[in-house]
Write a protein that binds this ligand. Structure first.
Ligand SMILES: [Zn+2]
Length: 322
């Protein structure tokens, strides 16, 4: 049973907004575009594995979580956590194509793409070992003792893996049912599973790298302003009385400004003034800007001209991030 379903990572959604808004001539543009692709591929792989797990009858009575961050002495961001009757299983998903060399001393993952480009990544075993230790520590603080297993999962057969030495299991997604079968003892006893599920749920943390301009040290003046048309990709939708209108493709959308304000939250900062809102949406009237902001029921601080609207709730309630 899926307890916490798949959702794209905040960094992926944020990078999509940043890359869309960054001037293509910016020196960091290509690197960020590359990073966006890597993050999107990572999310795609995690989504695929979650779908496979949902269809695994063996897990019908188990609890599955996507993207778990828990308070611990060691930083933890577990791609997939599964609570089974007698154990906890952590999966680290790596959607990397090409030829992958997992080398020791020092442990590194070296990927050579089809075009011969070489990239070096953190060895997934290092992350997984850290998450297993972090999870042990977290459960210790809750007075729970249960075996914790982990595996690195490559979702697709588009990778050719070379490994120097044995260590934690490295699996293809199709091997997961067999791996899980080995680790799940048949048990009718579900009280421990439910207890751990509730503990995990009540300690879940959210972490975002926003605002990305600060995270990547980019000056906000390098961003493209205006309301972006989701239909044709052009900036500069015009505010009409009831809607936003794209002059390039005639697309209309009532809520196009909300997407722009979300971009602002993820990329520039968590609060916005009336003036910054007018610049962002490319509207002249402060009354129109005020009306748009008021309608969103955002908490605000300060009065009149120095009023700042808090965009936090806009992000956390946004359907796009689900
Ligand atoms: Zn358009």
């Amino acid at each position: 049973m899926i307890i916490k379903p798949f959702a794209p990572s905040p960094l992926t959604i944020g990078l999509q907004a940043l890359v869309t808004r960054l001037q293509p001539t910016h020196p960091q543009y290509q690197n960020l575009q590359q990073e966006q692709k890597i993050k999107e591929a990572g999310d795609f792989g995690e989504h695929y594995v979650m779908k496979e797990l949902r269809q695994t009858a063996l897990l019908n009575d188990c609890h599955i979580f996507h993207n778990v961050i828990l308070p611990s002495v060691l930083p933890m961001q577990i791609d997939i956590l599964i609570i089974v009757p007698n154990a906890i299983i952590l999966l680290e998903v790596k959607n990397i194509r090409g030829t992958v060399h997992l080398k020791n001393d020092p442990r590194q993952l070296i990927r050579t793409s089809e075009s011969g480009e070489v990239h070096v990544f953190t060895h997934p075993e290092i992350q997984l070992e850290q998450y297993i230790q972090g999870m042990k520590h977290f459960l210790d603080t809750q007075n729970i003792s249960i075996p914790i297993f982990g595996a690195v999962v490559f979702p697709f057969n588009n990778v050719n893996i070379h490994r120097e030495d044995s260590g934690l299991p490295i699996l293809m997604a199709k091997e997961l049912p067999l791996f899980l079968h080995k680790h799940i003892e048949k048990s009718k006893e579900t009280s421990t599973m439910n207890e751990i599920k509730h503990i995990v749920l009540s300690h879940l943390r959210d972490r975002t790298p926003f605002p990305l301009c600060q995270y990547y040290q980019i000056d906000a003046s390098a961003l493209r302003l205006g309301v972006h048309c989701e239909n044709c990709g052009q900036f500069g939708m015009k505010k009409l009385r009831m809607t936003w209108y794209c002059q390039s493709c005639q697309y209309q959308c009532k809520d196009a400004h909300i997407r722009a304000l979300l971009d602002y939250y993820m990329v520039v900062g968590d609060t916005i003034s009336n003036r910054a809102c007018r610049e962002l949406l490319n509207i002249e009237s402060q009354y129109v800007a005020k009306r748009l902001l008021k309608k969103l029921n955002l908490p605000s601080t300060g009065s009149d001209r120095i009023r700042k609207y808090d965009l936090f709730s806009l992000y956390w309630n946004a359907p796009q991030k689900k």
